[in-house]
Design a protein around this ligand. Structure first.
Ligand code: PXP
Length: 245
């Protein structure tokens, strides 16, 4: 069984918003990612709408042909906006307004009431719900207890163990990887579908994608960063042609 890839296109919108321009359009990016073989498209509709906008959500719902996954905070406003858009999946994440990116997994133990209510609402609408959690046994057990069917394990600590490359002998890397393996197996035996993401790169992805029960990875920043570089040559050539046809 291959491990699927969900491409997070938030940072296409980040580049657009840097100039409040029309381009690059996340809708075009989703089409290209799908054509290249992505199994799903992920966006994070943040409460401050700093990158992905409501218009993107609506248009992506119309145009994505694989699966649309929306990461969101469990707030009243977000539940109402996202229910109306009817994505295939929602991933519940914690959100702090000033954060650069999602800083950790959900505290399912502390906020089990609001999280289980959101699961009920979305699953009642036929929308799958995934909980973004740290690879922590107690959080995973609580996720099962409140009726989650799917979790996304936070790989940030794993990625941060060897930030500049892959050193398979690094003791912290080994510890983080073994913990993700153990929690994946535990969750899968408990009947949960297991995904993972955050901080994954071309260098550190394989030890995670090769975990047997790992169904799908959500990857964003590193793919968009690479696209900016490997696409730069053709983009300069196209501009020269536009100037001097
Ligand atoms: N999964 C979740 C829940 C996230 O919040 C993010 C970041 O938006 C990702 C995966 C993707 O992380 P990265 O951009 O580091 O690949």
């Amino acid at each position: 069984m291959i491990t699927k890839l969900g491409v997070n296109i938030d940072h296409i919108a980040t580049i657009r918003q840097a100039r409040e321009a029309l381009e690059p359009d996340p809708v075009a990016a989703a089409f290209i990612a799908e054509t290249a073989g992505a199994h799903g498209i992920t966006i994070h509709l943040r409460s401050d709408r700093r990158h992905i906008k409501d218009r993107d959500l609506v248009m992506l719902r119309e145009t994505v042909k694989t699966r649309l996954n929306v990461e969101m905070a469990t707030t009243k406003e977000m539940i109402s906006v996202v229910r109306e858009a009817r994505p295939d999946t929602v991933t519940l994440v914690p959100e702090r307004p000033e954060e650069l990116t999602t800083e950790g997994g959900l505290n399912v133990i502390k906020y089990h009431d609001e999280i289980s209510r959101a699961i009920e609402v979305f699953q009642g609408d036929g929308i799958n719900v995934s909980l973004f959690v740290d690879p922590d046994e107690k959080q995973v057990e609580k996720s099962m207890e409140i009726g989650a069917l799917m979790i996304e394990l936070n790989t940030a600590a794993y990625a941060e163990a060897v930030p500049s490359g892959l050193d398979e002998a690094d003791p912290e890397f080994v510890r983080q990887l073994n913990e993700i393996r153990r929690i994946t197996s535990l969750a899968s035996h408990g009947g949960l579908r297991v995904l993972a993401g955050h901080g994954l790169t071309y260098r550190n992805v394989y030890p995670i994608s090769s975990i047997p029960q790992m169904e799908e990875l959500n990857i964003g920043h590193n793919i968009i960063a690479r696209a900016a570089l490997v696409g730069l040559g053709p983009a300069v050539q196209e501009m020269l042609k536009a100037m001097n046809p």
